[in-house]
Design a protein around this ligand. Structure first.
Ligand code: NAD
Length: 261
């Protein structure tokens, strides 16, 4: 069966990559593209694919095109409302945009549990990053002293990254003790990073980077560093396509690509 897919945020870096990836498959069909800042533009020009689709300014295009699934890659300001809209309109959602609030996520979870549409929300669709999170959780059982350094391009609006926040949460769930904070005062506020789920997170933003993350564990006389590098946005596409194929079979709203692997 062909899955009819719409892309929200279609003109963005990730959205246009998703349009290319979906249109390169035999079993998924790209039938709608939404981006209010590029409404009316030819998707051929925006994404460089062979299509007659026009970018729509409004979410109604998703329902008008009878989408089974919509892929959401906008950003923190729009993702919560868009996810709710999709679930309210019985469209399965694959959410890649990061920065969704806890309140919006909880509300979407309730809507999905009560309704007919499911959602897969993944802060990182790269298999290597998913493995990094799993390895970090395993290591945290034995090495509770840990800090995260995440590095992204300078156009990213949210910090820390969704991947870093999720990694910190998985570490917090896995480790058996929370070590005492190291001594020393923070003479330059921010020098020691932010704290999420009792884990220090440091965010680097520079041009030239796509998305990298290091998780550094320290123990007596040793350190362990786990690192993942997305050097190209194609790294996220196998995970996004898998989610498009599998989201209809989920039960409500699920967070994390690992649930599909
Ligand atoms: P981008 O700024 O290049 O693209 C975002 C696009 O969304 C823009 O074209 C913008 O016009 C559009 N947009 C804004 N508001 C909208 C709305 N209300 N409806 C529809 N479209 C709207 O950003 P990007 O680099 O493509 O990243 C997008 C998001 O994906 C970010 O939150 C980023 O952190 C996240 N991201 C997630 C993963 C993952 O694996 N989950 C990987 C990379 C990036």
């Amino acid at each position: 069966m062909t899955v009819r897919v719409g892309v929200i945020g279609a003109a963005g870096r990730m959205g246009s990559e998703v349009c290319r990836a979906v249109s390169g498959t035999d079993d998924l069909r790209l039938v709608a593209a939404v981006d209010p800042h590029h409404g009316g533009a030819s998707l051929r020009d925006v994404a460089g694919i062979d299509t007659d689709l026009t970018v729509a300014a409004d979410l109604d295009a998703i329902v008008d095109a009878d989408c089974d699934v919509a892929v959401e890659f906008t950003g923190p300001a729009a993702v919560g409302a868009n996810l709710r809209w999709l679930l309210d309109h019985d469209v399965h959602a694959v959410v890649g945009a990061t920065g969704i609030s806890d309140e919006d996520l909880a509300a979407a979870r309730e809507t999905a549990a009560a309704g007919r549409a499911n959602a897969l929300v993944a802060p990182n669709f790269a298999i290597g990053a998913v493995l990094l999170m799993q390895f970090a959780a395993e290591a945290a059982k034995h090495l509770p002293h840990v800090e995260i350094i995440e590095l992204h391009h300078d156009r990213k609006v949210d910090a820390p990254s969704g991947t870093a926040l999720r990694t910190a949460e998985l570490i917090a769930q896995a480790r058996r003790e929370v070590p005492e904070a190291p001594l020393g005062d923070d003479r330059h506020p921010g020098a020691r990073g932010a704290v999420h789920a009792d884990v220090r997170v440091h965010s680097v933003r520079l041009p030239g980077i796509v998305a990298n993350q290091e998780v550094i564990f320290g123990g007596a006389g040793q350190t362990l560093t786990i690192r993942h590098d997305s050097i190209d946005r194609t790294s996220f596409m196998p995970g996004v396509l898998l989610a498009c194929r599998e989201v209809a079979g989920l039960d409500g709203l699920v967070v994390g690509l690992e649930h599909l692997l």
